[in-house]
Design a binder for this molecule. Structure first.
Ligand SMILES: [Zn+2]
Length: 356
């Protein structure tokens, strides 16, 4: 953590990558200052980078999230060998990673025994305990016990939140998350938010040491199965790509942004990132028929625009105040588009206007 101007320690943001290639890791590390890789695929890449002497700024989320130890993948064992539980701690220690995370377990809301068990396990080296918590832990019924167990365990933790969609989708859950952040801050414990979205941004000003932010819906929280009806709606919508909108500080579907075309984007779709500036066009260009979607260009824009926004906020004299200023503007902009132009954008995520 680094000391901010206000004397409050400010955590760091980094990129969280799911399935990816070595080139993605190197590119995102340069853009975001650090990368967290996921699971066995991530481990393979980390091992490759280590052999190349190029592992700086890279760490791992084992991402097992199961109540039993994961079996070893065939790719990592010799044929015919027993499939002993894979030792994630040793694998990370051998790489010399600066932070070693436990394999983690997805813990359903209210399963206090499972939470206790995870938090009380001993390891041969210093670790941060991965907790993949169902979002219900942030609800009224369970937040007290969560806080109590964290306090009793007094360990460094890496928290991931599991839900079908955005796990921090209400004022109440934001307040609960902030209680957890306050615990870490008061206890002097390291708390990481892994596999998160931009909710991680205000969190690093309030006690999170790290926020590892994903660029796709599947790397912004731990997904859990959802109902068939939700699945249908989800699949219909996902045909149009999600695009990060710097002026709204969140993602919108390209076809939804397209509704702003009669007003030339109404000031919402402007972007200063190098790929947009280079193209001489704004985000409306991404509203295309699904088969023509410029996937690579959307990805380039997403990474560059998001990295740019984070960099500008962190470089401000008072980063927390800068973030708040941008949040207020983003919410105001979205509301005025909805009311004066009668264009319905997707609702902004709760953190934007409920993190007070
Ligand atoms: Zn852009």
């Amino acid at each position: 953590m680094v000391a901010g101007d206000a004397g409050v320690s400010v955590g760091r943001t980094r990129a969280y990558l799911g399935q990816c290639r070595v080139a993605d890791v190197r590119r995102c590390r340069e853009r975001f200052g650090g990368v967290t890789l996921q699971g066995l695929g991530g481990l393979k890449i980390a091992r490759y980078l280590e052999r190349a002497g190029d592992l700086d700024g890279v760490d791992l989320d084992p991402a097992v999230y199961r109540s039993r130890p994961a079996k070893v993948s065939n790719q990592l064992t010799l044929p015919g060998m027993d499939c002993a539980p894979f030792d994630w701690i040793m694998a990370q220690a051998e790489l010399g990673l600066p932070v070693i995370r436990t394999a983690g377990t997805r813990i359903r809301a209210g399963r206090i025994d499972e939470l206790k068990a995870e938090l009380s396990q001993d390891y041969p080296v210093d670790v941060t305990v991965v907790l993949a918590l169902d979002t219900g832990w942030l609800g009224r019924r369970h937040i007290d016990s969560l806080e109590e167990e964290l306090r009793a365990a007094d360990r460094d933790v890496s928290v991931l939140l599991a839900a079908p969609f955005n796990p921090v989708d209400s004022q109440r859950k934001i307040e609960a998350l902030r209680r957890v952040l306050r615990w870490a801050s008061d206890a002097g414990r390291t708390l990481e938010l892994l596999r998160t979205d931009l909710t991680g941004l205000p969190a690093v000003f309030e006690g999170a040491a790290v926020a590892a932010i994903g660029f796709s819906t599947s790397t912004r929280h731990v997904g859990v199965p959802f109902a068939a009806r939700q699945r249908d709606a989800f699949n219909r919508r996902r045909r149009s790509p999600l695009v990060f909108v710097p002026r709204l500080l969140h993602w919108q579907r390209a076809n939804v942004l397209g509704n702003l075309a009669p007003w030339d984007g109404a000031g919402v779709t402007h972007c200063d990132c190098p790929v947009c500036t280079g193209s001489g066009r704004d985000l409306l260009r991404f509203d295309t028929p699904p088969e023509d979607s410029p996937v690579d260009e959307v990805r380039e824009h997403d990474e560059l625009a998001l990295a740019g926004v984070i960099r500008q906020i962190m470089a401000a004299e008072d980063p927390a105040a800068e973030l708040k200023f941008r949040r207020v503007n983003a919410v105001h902009r979205a509301r005025s588009v909805a009311s004066s132009l009668n264009v319905a954008l997707d609702d902004p995520p709760a953190w934007l206007d409920s993190w007070e």
